[in-house]
Design a binder for this molecule. Structure first.
Ligand code: PHE
Ligand code: NA
Length: 507
């Protein structure tokens, strides 16, 4: 058997995993989740979910991935099959392989189809910051005009995809690892410079507004707001933990499959969580919201929503000394963050072709490129962003959590808790405290079942199944017009088709 690609260095592996986890989730999604869920109220369930859900599932995925890699597999289908065999007949184990493989394929393709768009916006905005294109303009209108400008959207998205293709085509140790070794340190440097800038921002508009007030909003525990909206806020917090740690996507498994069979996963998994959380709560938390507090005031900052990063902040940069530079730094930071995550979903799809049908990596890479381009095109062409929102809803609220639940069922229950615990500790640099075992066996899966039920309840409440006039999920807050409804229907059809292709593939 030919030698499977492996991470060349420990540092490279850790940076790649950090790059995988640290993404737009940290700098774009986290601030608006925080703002729309009561700031200090959100942080309480957020840390609870980190401990009881995030950390244990991270360990499970690293362990599963390394196990699959030992058998030459970097995708979920074969991994789940191999592990489920421990307590099931091969035929029954195959069912778990198929379900898992199908979900992971769907997540990797659907997530890429809209997430790459947002990375493309960041590329465009880096350029527009440098040229000062939005300076002195209405930045909300500027954004709406941008997403309606099909040529520009496709250009910046396509450019991003070409670079992704080059990186992934070079392979794991010679491509991905080299790219992240440059991008991740730069990302931290940019983020730290921006944080210093943000926290020294007095308000030029009103003396009582300041960045520090924004920090207070985040860090002052607010039990009262939490108790009033307990369920909604907790669901959002747990969902964010899943998204930000790249759980339930198959991509942590995939990266871990390029480890040697005796390489540590316990400490490395924890390191991934720590690096991501530092980038999220410390760096991500000190940027968008405090900046918006200083320049736009508390009310606008909290209302900013999804548009905070692309619609509200440009307005700030336009009015700041050296705003062209800081603006470009902010959007390039977003681009790096998104790029090093996107590499992972891309690599997942290439690994599938490489391992399952023995396609050469270079060919597989460009085949996946064409596939992702076709899948992303309707998203790029939809300036209402309804298509994007619907995809995000399905992937973010259902598929991730469902795949996470299967992670536990297969890697802990079917593989058997004692085997799992032993596998987790093979070559481990640390001992995982014993009380994590019951958390992995019972509490984490229970958490996920509640999450799934809660998300379904929410979706029904929004009128999702009746698609009424009042149903507004669109990130831009549009009301639903017939065209938008037809886009949503199309999004659902695409999701369904992808699921079927996934099932065939996994089989
Ligand atoms: N963890 C990533 C983030 O925070 C999520 C992600 C990974 C999204 C890979 C897309 C592709 O943004
Ligand atoms: Na993240």
């Amino acid at each position: 058997m030919e030698q499977r690609d492996q991470w060349a260095t420990k540092l490279g592996l850790i940076l790649a995993m950090a790059g995988n986890a640290i993404g737009l989730g940290n700098f774009w999604r986290f601030p608006y989740q925080l703002a729309s869920n009561g700031g200090g109220a959100f942080m309480i369930p957020y840390f609870i979910a980190l401990l009881f859900l995030g950390i244990p599932v991270m360990w499970i995925e690293w362990t599963t991935g390394r196990y699959g890699g030992k058998y030459g597999h970097g995708t979920i289908g074969p991994m789940f099959y191999l592990m489920a065999r421990e307590s099931l007949k091969p035929k029954t184990a195959l069912i778990f392989g198929i379900i898992g493989g199908m979900l992971a394929f769907s997540v990797a393709s659907l997530l890429s189809s809209y997430y790459y768009q947002v990375i493309g916006w960041s590329a465009a905005y880096t350029y527009y910051s440098l040229t000062g294109a939005y300076f002195g303009k209405d930045t909300v209108q500027f954004f709406l005009d941008y997403v309606a400008n099909t040529k520009a959207v496709i250009f910046f998205w396509g450019l991003t995809m070409v670079l992704l293709g080059i990186a992934v085509g070079q392979g794991v140790s010679k491509g991905i690892e080299r790219w992240v070794k440059v991008m991740m340190p730069l990302l931290y440097v940019f983020a730290i410079l921006l944080v210093i800038r943000a926290l020294t921002l007095g308000s030029p508009v009103k003396p009582e507004w300041s960045a520090i007030k924004g920090l207070e909003y985040i860090w002052k525990p607010d039990f009262q707001t939490l108790s009033q909206n307990f369920f909604k806020i907790s669901l959002a917090a747990a969902g964010q933990i899943f998204f930000t740690l790249s759980l339930g996507m198959g991509i942590i498994h995939n990266y871990a499959s390029y480890l040697g069979p005796e390489d540590d996963v316990a400490l490395s998994g924890l390191a991934t969580v720590s690096l991501n959380e530092f980038a999220e709560v410390i760096l991500g938390g000190s940027l968008a919201i405090p900046i918006a507090f200083a320049y736009l005031g508390p009310e606008q900052a909290i209302k900013g929503g999804v548009g905070l990063a692309y619609m509200a902040l440009p307005n700030v940069f336009a009015n700041m000394p050296a705003g062209q530079i800081f603006g470009a730094m902010w959007f390039l930071l977003l681009w790096f963050a998104g790029f090093t995550s996107a590499i992972a979903t891309y690599n997942y799809l290439v690994a599938m072709l490489e391992e399952d049908i023995h396609l050469e990596r270079k060919i597989g890479t460009w085949a996946v490129w064409v596939f992702l381009f076709i899948l992303g095109l309707p998203v790029a062409l939809d300036s209402s962003l309804a298509y994007l929102s619907e995809l995000d809803m399905w992937v973010g609220s259902y598929f991730l959590v469902l795949l996470g639940l299967f992670d536990v069922i297969v890697a802990v229950w079917l593989f058997k808790p004692d085997n799992f615990w032993e596998e987790l500790h093979k070559g481990a640099y640390i001992n995982v405290p014993g009380w994590f075992k019951p958390i992995m066996v019972f509490i984490a899966p229970l958490f996920m079942i509640i999450l799934l039920a809660g998300n379904t309840w929410d979706y029904i409440q929004m009128g999702a199944f009746s698609v009424s006039e009042s149903y507004v999920t669109n990130v831009l807050g549009y009301d639903y017009t017939p065209e938008v409804i037809s886009l949503i229907t199309r999004a659902r059809i695409v999701i369904f088709i992808i699921l079927i292709i996934g099932a065939i593939e996994a089989y």
